[in-house]
Design a protein around this ligand. Structure first.
Ligand SMILES: Cc1ncc(COP(=O)(O)O)c(C=O)c1O
Length: 363
């Protein structure tokens, strides 16, 4: 057995027991609201994690890239939503993958619907709805939203799955109350739009929502049929700041080493930079930080003094004078982007590395 204190750094550590607890917690929450869980696997990109989600009752998954779709289909996940506005230059791959599994794609434009109709594949199609995040998706009040829904519902070539949205603006919430309000806005916009379409005689089979902060605090999900959180598998410091979880719920950390300290300098250099942690600054907070340093991992305690003050490609600058060779365990701001920087997880229980899981990253 290898100890985490001996592994070569930088290394990505995944706490098995915390992961299992997080997966079960969200599975129970979704079941409690009576919605199906279709987790976003872009967070972990690991077959082993998705298999654990499946063991907890998940039958379909969400992906953000066609590469993820391909890998997970090849590993037996046969119901996949590609929750990204369909990329028209990749339709050959869409066509091929749709011949191998149930592939559900997402549109918010006439151009995309027309291109999919020409594909000659029994594709499942969601309409992406903007519930307030304003990144992508049709305005549910717009004539285009009604036009696309009618067109898909009546299409002989395509299967209309329903309405899908992402409450990414929940990440802007300044308090639990604000996030609860965003989650309720997501629910009511989606349930309301589905109701209006049904009033027009359009069948809306599914209504899909999703984001980890919203799913962590939402109080009701009537009118919704599925939820697609992803980050909840690992959580991270951003979710701690939002109140979606506690530090002890964070399953993903980066083990790093101090590689340089100039005598007299108040700062040290570690071997985890932007290509280990990403440059996501997390949410606004009084002391900006690119990553937190654990004082005591087991106790879920973070250092008050040492934090990551800046990152360059491979260097991280820590606000403490530390001897070269000192090992620091870092809690990233954003676990999805951190995982996407590494090739594998060192799966750990306590201080022991018990397994290695491949991270399938690609576009
Ligand atoms: C379309 C879509 N659905 C679901 C999710 C999952 O949200 P979260 O990462 O908050 O769990 C994301 C995340 O970016 C997303 O873009």
């Amino acid at each position: 057995m290898t100890s985490i204190h001996d592994v070569a750094t930088p290394a990505l550590l995944l706490d098995f027991d915390v992961l299992e607890r997080n997966l079960r917690h969200m599975a129970d929450r979704a079941a409690g609201f009576g919605v199906r869980l279709r987790p976003h696997i872009k967070t972990h990109k690991a077959i082993e994690v998705a298999e654990r989600q499946r063991a907890l009752g998940v039958s379909g998954i969400t992906v953000s890239t066609l590469y993820e779709a391909r890998v997970f289909i090849e590993h037996g996940f046969d119901d996949v939503t590609w929750a990204f506005p369909v990329i028209l230059s990749r339709l050959d791959e869409v066509r091929e993958l749709a011949g191998r599994a149930t592939l559900r794609v997402v549109v918010d434009s006439r151009e995309a619907v027309e291109a999919l109709e020409r594909l000659d594949r029994p594709l499942h199609v969601w309409i992406k709805v903007d519930c307030g995040y304003h990144r992508a998706g049709v305005d549910p009040e717009s004539p285009l939203a009604l036009e696309l829904a009618r067109r898909l519902a009546e299409s002989p070539a395509l299967a209309f799955d329903g309405l899908l949205t992402h409450s990414g603006h929940a990440y802007k919430g300044k308090s639990r109350e604000e996030i609860v309000a965003t989650a309720e806005q997501e629910r009511s916009v989606m349930a309301g739009f589905a109701g209006r379409l049904r009033g027009e005689g359009i069948e809306v089979p599914e209504v899909s929502v999703g984001s980890t902060p919203a799913m962590s605090v939402v109080e009701r999900l009537d009118g919704i049929t599925e939820a697609r959180p992803g980050n909840y598998a690992f959580y991270d410091f951003m979710q701690v700041g939002l109140g979606a979880c506690a530090v002890r719920d964070c399953a993903l950390t980066v083990m790093s080493s101090v590689v340089s300290h100039r005598p007299g300098d108040e700062r040290s250099v570690i071997d985890a930079g932007a290509l280990a942690l990403s440059k996501d600054p997390g949410i606004d907070r009084p002391v900006p930080s690119m990553g937190e340093v654990y004082e005591d991992y087991g106790a879920g305690r973070l250092s008050e003094e040492a934090r990551l003050v800046s990152l360059s490609q491979e260097h991280g600058i820590v606000s403490a004078p530390l001897a070269v060779g000192t090992r620091l365990r870092i809690l990233p701001n954003h676990s999805c982007l951190t995982a996407a920087c590494f090739d594998e997880y060192l799966v750990v229980r306590g201080d022991e590395v018990v397994d290695r899981w491949k991270i399938w990253r690609g576009r």
